[in-house]
Design a protein around this ligand. Structure first.
Ligand code: M6R
Length: 364
C-alpha cells in the first residue's frame, strides 16, 4: 500500500497536491470562480462570533483560520484546545457558531466540547476527514476534507486539506458578510486553484531538505519561529519534529523571542524561521538577526525575494514558491513536514508509529 514510499507519512506528504485538489473541488466552482459551500439551514451572515475547538495539528489549522476569519470576514474568533475549552466554562452566546476541526472525528476532548456547545445552543460546524465519524454525525454543518485515509500518526495531508476547507469557508463568510466583492471572491478562488501546483513546487525540495537533515538530527532542542499565520505553522513544525524524531522543539511567535526563549540560543540550537516575504518579513528578519548575533544557526524558509534579502549567513535556506498569503500556510506546511520526516529517518525512529502516541485519542 505504501507503493514506492518508505513510510506512510512520506506517501501522505506527497499526496497533498492531489488530495488538496480533491478537497477543493467540493468547495469551489472553477468555471464560475466562486466558492461553493454545502446547504446550511442557519443564517451564516448572522454569525457574530466563531468559537474554534480542536487538538494538536487540527488546532493549529484552526489558529490559521482565525487569522482568515478575522481578516477577511471581520468576525471575531475565540479558539482553544479542546481539553481546556471543555473545562473552563466558556461564555457561549445564544446563536453562536462553534467550529470543530478533526481528522478522525473521534478525538474524545473535541467531541465532548462539541456536545457541550450543542447543549449551550451553538450551531455546530465540523471540518472532519472521516465522514462516518461521531463528529460528522453530530454536526449541523458538515465540511468534509477529502484527504483519504491517513495512516501515519503524524498528521500531514489532513492538515493541508483542513486549511483548504477553512480558506473556502473564510471566503464564503466574508462574502455573505459583505466584506468581499464578487471580483475579490474570484481572485481568492484563483489563488486556491493554484494551491496544488504550489504544493508540488514545495515538494520539489524534498532532496535538498533530506540533505540538510544531518544538520538538525544531532540537536537536543530546535526552535521554530513565525509571525501571523506562520506562527501556528511554526508550532505545527515543532510538533511534527517532536512527535517523530523525539527532538525537543518549540514553536514561537517571532516577536516573543526576546521575552524569554532567546536565552536558550547558542550554536547548538537550530532555529527554523518561516517567513514569506510581505509586510511582516522585515520584523521577522530582525528577530532572526538577534538569533544570529547570539551564535544561533538559522534555517530560513522563505520565497526567492526573502532569501535574496535575508538568506546570507544562514545555515541553510529552503526556497518556497511565491504565493498569495492565503495559500502560504498550505505551502509552508510542506517543508516543515519534510524536515521532520528526514530528521526522523536520519535518527532511525519509527516514523509511522512513534512511541507513546496513538493515531486517534479517544480517551481524555
Ligand atoms: O483526529 P484529530 O484531528 O482530532 O486529532 C487531533 C490530534 O490528536 C492530532 O492532530 C495529533 O496532534 C497528531 N498526532 C499530530 O500530528
Amino acid at each position: 500500500e505504501k507503493g514506492n514510499y518508505r513510510h506512510y507519512m512520506q506517501k501522505e506528504i506527497f499526496e497533498q497536491p492531489t488530495v488538496v485538489a480533491q478537497t477543493l473541488s467540493s468547495y469551489i466552482r472553477p468555471l464560475e470562480q466562486t466558492v461553493a459551500l454545502p446547504q446550511m439551514d442557519f443564517d451564516l451572515a448572522g454569525v457574530k462570533r466563531i468559537t474554534i475547538v480542536a487538538c494538536g495539528t487540527s488546532y493549529y489549522a484552526g489558529m490559521v483560520a482565525k487569522y482568515w476569519f478575522e481578516t477577511f470576514a471581520r468576525v471575531p474568533v475565540d479558539i482553544d484546545v479542546a481539553s481546556e475549552f471543555r473545562y473552563r466554562d466558556p461564555v457561549l452566546e445564544e446563536g453562536g457558531l462553534a467550529l470543530f476541526i478533526s481528522q478522525s472525528g473521534e478525538t474524545a476532548d473535541t467531541l465532548a466540547a462539541l456536545r457541550h456547545c450543542k447543549e449551550h445552543g451553538q450551531t455546530i460546524a465540523v471540518v472532519v476527514n472521516v465522514p462516518t465519524s461521531s463528529m460528522a454525525r453530530e454536526a449541523d454543518l458538515l465540511l468534509p476534507t477529502h484527504a483519504g485515509p491517513e495512516i501515519g500518526v503524524a498528521s500531514t495531508k489532513a492538515f493541508t486539506c483542513q486549511l483548504a476547507v477553512l480558506a473556502a469557508l473564510a471566503a464564503h463568510l466574508a462574502l455573505v458578510k459583505g466584506k468581499l466583492s464578487a471580483e475579490q471572491e474570484r481572485e481568492i478562488v484563483r489563488h486556491l486553484i493554484e494551491a496544488p501546483a504550489a504544493l508540488n513546487a514545495a515538494l520539489a525540495h524534498d532532496e535538498d531538505i533530506a540533505a540538510m537533515a544531518h544538520l538538525i538530527a544531532p540537536a537536543r532542542d530546535v526552535l521554530y519561529l513565525g509571525r501571523g499565520p506562520d506562527y501556528p505553522l511554526a508550532m505545527e513544525g515543532a510538533l511534527k519534529l517532536k512527535e517523530i524524531s523525539y527532538i525537543h522543539a518549540e514553536g514561537y511567535a517571532s516577536g516573543e523571542m526576546k521575552h524569554g526563549p532567546i536565552a536558550l540560543i547558542d550554536e547548538a540550537v537550530p532555529v527554523i524561521v518561516l517567513a514569506p516575504s510581505g509586510p511582516l518579513f522585515e520584523k521577522t528578519v530582525s528577530n532572526m538577526q538577534e538569533v544570529r548575533a547570539r551564535g544561533g544557526k538559522v534555517v530560513l524558509i522563505s520565497d526567492a525575494e526573502g532569501i535574496e534579502e535575508a538568506g546570507e549567513g544562514c545555515l541553510a535556506t529552503i526556497e518556497m514558491p511565491s504565493v498569495h498569503p492565503l495559500i502560504a500556510p498550505l505551502v509552508y506546511a510542506v517543508p516543515v513536514q519534510l524536515l521532520a520526516y528526514h530528521v526522523a529517518c536520519a535518527k532511525g525512529t519509527d516514523v509511522d508509529q512513534p512511541r507513546n502516541l496513538a493515531k486517534s485519542v479517544t480517551v481524555e
